[in-house]
Design a protein around this ligand. Structure first.
Ligand code: UD1
Length: 339
């Protein structure tokens, strides 16, 4: 089975390509290197000892897509897209344009070439500020709190409308909770440019001394210790979820929706303590005001993915902290050596 992975050199994409290659899939990657590095291709090969086709181009480049789809593509996993929540608030037009247009380009090309299987990277953000936790797939999809989140809501809607009138279209909407961690080799991980927005990349930079202390955004939420609670899932577990989703699509299920999380919430302060325990590094922090748009608590009910996909997590938050730190240290060494 040949799978096209868009954004396959990015954080979640690269781990998913590893999982696909390890499970015998033939993989083609398209990536424009907007938020990723070409060297990731070699690192994936080093981990898996397998080769795969990589096209460095934008998903909106029709010629590049034609070249790819000429070799029969059986399924598409779409990771490509802008994903910085804060930036999306400042640049809504760019976010709506890019994330929606590239999805249209893919879906049209799939239709043209008779490819019927699509996996979409959605997000827990489609649940907005939930009335209760855990979140179930049947919970209402509401206004997201940012244009980035809204692109996820809109694309879900578009895919549902297409599925409703296209009997042979199979589509998995995978709603990720908070992906963290890195590949245990230290070769793949999350290394955002500039000052990280997300908690774990920020903690990692405090751990290596690049940043002084973690800003804890609010300790007056209605949570056990007052800090925000999230469902942090190891990226290798999340990657495995994509392989399972593809297997599901082979059964022609139409449109299916799955939460991919652990089902367990961890607060910001618990995460800082877990990171210290996993790595032995002290993480200084200060309490700051709440960050605009944040919700108190978010964690998944994952029973549906467990029952229908056989999905379960192999790794804990401590494993993710350890692997994320390992990657950060190795990446800093590689940068020093100019690699
Ligand atoms: C956000 C997005 C989500 C996206 C995810 C990427 C929303 C509502 N959520 O999730 O769609 O998929 O990023 O991983 O748009 N925190 C601090 N200090 C920091 C950074 C974060 O205290 O420096 C806290 C936050 O207040 C929050 C928790 O840590 O309680 C997690 O934040 P973050 O890692 O940014 O993820 P989310 O906001 O949950």
């Amino acid at each position: 089975m040949r799978v096209l992975v868009t954004g396959g050199l990015g954080f979640i994409g690269s781990h998913t390509v590893v999982a696909l290659l390890e499970n015998g899939y033939d993989v083609t990657v398209i990536d424009n290197l907007y938020n990723s590095k070409l060297v990731v291709k070699d690192r994936i090969k080093e981990i898996t000892n397998k080769d795969f086709k990589t096209v460095i181009a934008d998903v909106q480049d029709e010629k590049a897509l034609d070249e790819i789809f000429k070799d029969k593509i059986d399924a598409v996993i779409n990771f490509a897209g802008y994903k910085a929540v804060g930036e999306s608030v400042k640049k809504p037009l760019e976010y709506y344009d890019n994330n929606l247009t590239l999805t249209f380009a893919l879906l049209k090309k799939m239709r043209e070439y008779g490819c019927h299987n699509f996996v979409f990277s959605s997000s827990a953000t489609v649940y907005g500020n939930p009335e209760r936790v855990p979140m179930y797939e049947t919970d209402p999809v509401t206004d997201a709190t940012s244009p980035y989140g809204e692109t996820k809501v809109m694309i879900e809607r578009i895919l549902k409308d297409i599925a409703a009138v296209t009997p042979d279209f199979n589509c998995a909407l995978l709603r990720y909770f908070n992906p963290i961690g890195a590949h245990k080799s230290g070769l793949l991980g999350e290394d955002p440019n500039g000052i990280p927005n997300n908690l774990l990349p920020y903690i990692a930079k405090v751990a290596t001394g690049e940043l002084k202390e973690v800003n804890v955004f609010g300790n007056d939420y209605d949570t056990p210790d007052g800090t925000g609670v999230r469902d942090y899932i190891h990226v290798v577990d999340l990657a495995k979820g994509h392989v399972l989703a593809l297997k599901k699509l082979e059964q022609n299920p139409g449109l299916v929706i799955y939460n991919l999380g652990t089902g367990k919430g961890t607060s910001v302060l618990e995460m800082i303590h877990d990171y210290e325990e996993a790595t032995g590094v002290k993480i200084p922090y200060v309490i700051k005001p709440r960050r605009a748009g944040d919700i108190a608590t978010s964690y998944a009910n994952c029973d549906k993915a467990a029952k229908e996909l056989g999905f379960h997590c192999d790794y804990t938050v401590l494993d993710a902290c350890r692997d994320g730190y390992h990657f950060q240290v190795e990446e800093a060494k590689r940068k020093k050596e100019g690699k």
